[in-house]
Design a protein around this ligand. Structure first.
Ligand SMILES: NC(=O)c1ccc[n+]([C@@H]2O[C@H](COP(=O)([O-])OP(=O)(O)OC[C@H]3O[C@@H](n4cnc5c(N)ncnc54)[C@H](O)[C@@H]3O)[C@@H](O)[C@H]2O)c1
Ligand SMILES: C[N+](C)(C)CC=O
Length: 483
């Protein structure tokens, strides 16, 4: 099986190769098979991409918003028509089950292009009457935006950054994660097919060094990173040093709070989605599951029963609902955390073992008797490891839920609507669900508080992060000079 792209990079409207860059093998995580090989961008490729994006920007921004929007919406239509093919590619690139990718990835990219394509024509400033004088604001693009992606949602991340950037009249150079380089190339190809001029959306490959070169390039006006908190700190500092705009979509260690009065079955469903979707490799996952004492025994019993029903296997099989992890490296990190959990006294309720088969498979894992000070309760694992902690009172759980430097997401499951709102208002996180988990439609802003990031993706909020206001003061009478 091979998914070899035409070339490693997509620059100035066409595929571009430069084999002088380090080779990056693309591994299908379910088998360990190499399905493609791309090359990291050399300085010449970085230069070509930045030059193309810079050259294309003014002309792209000069188009009517409705014209830019039409191109984005046409790209959305093409993505929907090719959903099967793009979902299969996402599955091969990441290892996520096809039953997930068919509904969550290319379609999310299409939603984003459709949504921001729809908004492009309505981007506008304001008019202020100042007696006889007046002023107005214009919403203007930032210039060349750099997007840098994580490996868990390669298609979605490429579009969540590209669609609002392009809608606002910016151009983009996007660098996917070196672990999942294939999907973003398809987005670049589709945008050109939809009518985007050369240079408007470019994709180049590489690891952190290439990302760093893009961030530091003087032509870069804005950086949007999806990645770990550690990388975020470095990239944010570098962007700030040169006064560049920045959006940081980083990791989390989110609390999922289940009160005694919650619908048990729904709470179990929430905890499963919040921990085992995409084999646990979701930034917003609710990995600290706080369960009120009265419901804990019943919750754990039902959770273990339902988790035992997971269909683990080849992600290309439509029946599979739990696939491999993305890489041997990520699997090893996860196994290490499981060992630490055991060593620090947490009790395994389910899973905990690597599967005895080829590929990066590990069982969905549930720990109970977890305490707040344990490593597995403090650090983002980014694997299918759920920690169940118990609590007695609302006040106690809110304090414990907030006792983290991160603040990406959270949830509360309860039948008491007053308490639900009280608790979600108290949780320090960018997205909080009530009796739901991990739904992130394009209509609602997504992003983190505290160490989980700055800025927001999706919704109208993203427009604020991909454009800036210019104020124009119009003098209607002579200047009154002092002398
Ligand atoms: N908040 C969100 O929306 C969101 C979504 C998905 C993933 N994530 C987070 O991403 C992390 C997992 O992804 P990962 O392992 O790919 O993260 P990572 O931080 O290792 O890498 C992310 C990207 O940054 C690049 N990079 C690394 N060092 C860089 C540097 N110095 N300068 C510029 N670019 C650099 C990498 O090549 C990669 O493309 C998790 O922490 C997860 O929570 C967050
Ligand atoms: C943004 N989200 C939650 C869809 C995927 C994060 O890993």
């Amino acid at each position: 099986m091979t998914m070899q792209p035409t070339a490693s990079h997509f620059v100035n409207g066409a595929y571009l190769e430069d084999t002088a860059g380090d080779a990056i093998p693309v591994i299908f995580p379910a088998t360990g098979e190499e399905i493609a090989r791309v090359h990291a961008a050399t300085p010449a490729v970085v230069e070509a991409a930045m030059t193309a994006a810079k050259a294309a920007q003014a002309q792209w921004a000069a188009l009517m918003g409705v014209e830019r929007g039409r191109i984005l919406r046409r790209a959305a239509d093409i993505i929907r028509e090719r959903n099967q093919e793009l979902s299969e590619l996402e599955t091969l690139d990441t290892g996520k089950p096809i039953q997930e990718t068919l509904i969550a990835d290319a379609s999310s990219a299409a939603d984003s292009l459709e949504y921001f394509g729809g908004l492009a024509a309505s981007l506008a400033g304001e008019h202020m009457q100042l007696g006889g004088d007046w002023a107005y604001t214009m919403r203007v693009p930032l210039g060349v935006c750099v997007g840098i992606g994580a490996w868990n949602y390669p298609t979605q991340i490429a579009a969540w950054k590209g669609a609002p950037a392009l809608a606002c009249g910016n151009t983009m150079v996007f660098k996917p994660s070196e672990q999942t380089p294939l999907c973003a190339l398809k987005l670049a190809e589709i945008l050109v097919e939809a009518g985007a001029p050369p240079g408007v959306y470019n994709v180049i490959q590489g690891a952190g060094e290439v990302g760093k070169a893009l961030v530091e390039d003087p032509r870069t006006a804005k950086v949007s990173l999806t990645g770990s908190a550690a990388t975020g700190k470095k990239v944010y500092a570098s962007a700030a040093a040169h006064m560049k705009h920045a959006t940081m979509e980083l990791g989390g260690k989110s609390p999922l709070i289940i009160f005694d009065d919650a619908d048990l079955e729904n709470a179990v469903s929430g905890a499963i989605n919040a921990n085992f979707y995409a084999s646990g490799q979701v930034c917003s996952n609710g990995t600290r599951v706080f369960v009120q004492s009265g419901i804990k025994v019943a919750f754990l019993a039902r959770l273990a029963e339902r988790t035992a029903n997971a269909v683990i296997g080849d992600p290309r099989n439509e029946a599979t609902n739990f696939g491999p992890m993305v890489s041997e490296e990520q699997l090893a990190i996860t196994c290490n955390y499981i060992e630490k959990g055991i060593a620090e006294g947490a009790r395994l309720v389910h899973g905990g073992k690597r599967l005895d088969r080829p590929g990066c498979f590990i069982e969905p894992t549930i720990f109970t008797d977890v305490t707040d000070d344990m490593t597995i309760a403090r650090e983002e694992i980014f694997g299918p490891v759920m920690s169940v902690l118990d609590f007695k009172t609302e006040e106690e759980v809110v304090t414990r839920a907030n006792a983290t430097d991160l603040g990406l997401s959270g949830a509360v499951f309860t039948a008491d609507i007053t308490r639900a709102h009280r608790v979600v208002h108290a949780i320090e996180a960018g997205s909080v669900w009530i009796n739901q988990y991990n739904l992130t439609p394009v209509e609602v802003p997504f992003g983190g508080m505290k160490g989980s990031g700055v800025g927001r993706e999706n919704a109208r909020a993203a427009i604020e992060h991909y454009s800036q206001l210019k104020t124009v003061y119009v003098g209607m009478s002579p200047v009154e000079a002092a002398f």
